[in-house]
Design a protein around this ligand. Structure first.
Ligand code: PHE
Length: 432
């Protein structure tokens, strides 16, 4: 059977942005920025995005399109030594990511219902979050979210993913801007803006800041050697890789940065702690809605759109290992989606009861310790495939000339930056 392809160019960009934009932007980005000094995090983040983020997307899509396969096939076909096992590794990382992400998306689903019924506007947000976050109830919402994803993936790439994103993403962004304006005009919002925009240089230089910024950027762009390789494999020759990469990186970053403008002024206005961690957004947002006229309406719409943004990300996660099961184990799409969805639930469910398992095991291992390695592995695979051939491939369908510095950048600069940040982190851990 011929491999499926995207229905249209716009459909591809919508799906890529759909994968990239999600809880990473609105939940994890403010959490990470809040614990690492606000602007001191934002600046390394943006530097890395410009230096290697856009390139990283072109690398994974080029690898996917030229090998017509997900990570296992792509790494093998590119001739990467141990390609099969490295491909397996990035699949496992993907399972771990979906396992924790589904818990957080389950919280969003519960918040959506609470917003719809008006409950959210009346509760004490901190207590509401505490009662929900790590509980048996959360596990049920997590299960629902996983099953919704299974249903979409079972229907296949085109039908399932492309359509909803075209309306939902712009709507989410517009709403974020409205909310950010409300937040910035709260009393004392100024303190939050200072925190978010004026860096403390010593914090900005800390090894940990760079490591988390690197992992956050890759996570947010869905560049971990898995999702974007698969999405690239559905590309046609006439699709424009470089332009789509710029559009995806821009859209993704615009959402994350705007989320910061929404969260930090509110955090300071309400006297909260910016370093509160994974609960930050869940406690701050309801407070903003409580202060708005039409709060119930905006809250309901917001959590609904966020639910869709999250689902277009979880779909792109499950798609990775479903695709592996289809091509490597000859499984039928529906069966693979259901079985692997259940497997994800088994691995993810304990996170609904243990914050330690949730954060220190699932999140940190998959996104911080191994995530960036996945991106590095994909880059090494493309280098092994041959940088000249890769350059010919990335140019196909491109509206604008791809500068020749793409080649040394992919071959040397990009992998070197990742390696250097790992080394800098180890140096930092050794007390340097
Ligand atoms: N980029 C998504 C987000 O920001 C998460 C994701 C990571 C999706 C890796 C697919 C692969 O929410």
């Amino acid at each position: 059977m011929a491999r499926e392809t995207w229905g249209s160019r716009v459909g591809f960009v919508a799906a890529a942005v759909g994968s990239a934009v999600g809880l990473g932007n609105i939940w994890m980005f403010p959490w990470r920025a809040g614990t690492l000094g606000g602007a001191a995090f934002l600046i390394p983040y943006l530097i890395l995005l410009f230096a290697i983020g856009v390139i990283a997307l072109t690398v994974e899509w080029t690898l996917g399109r030229s090998t017509k396969g997900g990570p296992i096939v792509a790494f093998q076909k590119a001739g990467l030594p141990g390609g099969k096992y490295l491909g397996l590794l990035v699949n496992i990382v993907m399972v771990m990511i979906f396992a924790f992400y589904s818990l957080v998306l389950g919280w969003i689903l519960r918040y959506f219902i609470a917003a719809l019924t008006g409950e959210l506007l009346k509760t004490h947000p901190g207590a509401f979050f505490e009662g929900l976050a790590f509980s048996k109830e959360a596990m049920i919402w997590q299960f629902v979210v996983i099953m919704l994803t299974v249903a979409i993936v079972a229907l296949g790439v085109q039908k399932g993913i492309e359509k909803a994103n075209k309306i939902m993403m712009p709507a989410l962004f517009a709403l974020l801007i409205i909310l950010a304006v409300r937040s910035v005009t709260l009393p004392n919002a100024y303190e939050g803006l200072k925190f978010y925009l004026l860096p403390d240089i010593s914090k900005a230089l800390a090894p940990k800041t760079w490591m988390i910024a690197l992992s956050q950027m890759f996570f947010s762009l869905s560049v971990l050697g898995n999702t974007m390789v698969v999405y690239g494999s559905y590309l046609k020759e006439k699709d424009d890789i470089p332009l789509s990469a710029v559009a995806t990186a821009f859209g993704d970053t615009a959402v994350a940065v705007t989320a910061g403008f929404l969260i930090f002024p509110a955090v300071f206005a309400f006297g909260l702690e910016p370093g509160a961690g994974p609960g930050l957004v869940f406690v701050t947002l309801p407070m903003v809605f409580q202060k708005m006229s039409g709060g119930t309406f905006f809250a309901t719409l917001f959590f609904l759109l966020l639910l869709f943004a999250g689902l277009s990300s979880t779909v792109s996660m499950l798609e990775v290992y479903v695709d592996s099961a289809i091509t490597k184990l000859n499984m039928d799409r529906k069966k693979a989606a259901i079985l692997l969805g259940l497997l994800t639930f088994i691995i993810g469910a304990p996170s609904a009861l243990s914050p330690y398992y949730f954060e220190s095991i699932l999140i940190n291992i998959s996104t911080v310790y191994i995530g960036p390695l996945g991106a590095l592995i994909a880059a090494l695979a493309l280098i092994k495939f041959g940088i000249e051939k890769a350059y010919e491939e990335v140019k196909k369908g491109a509206l604008f000339e791809v500068p020749t510095f793409w080649k040394p950048w992919v071959k040397y600069v990009y992998p070197a930056v990742i390696v250097l940040i790992y080394l800098y982190t180890i140096y930092g851990m050794l007390g340097g």
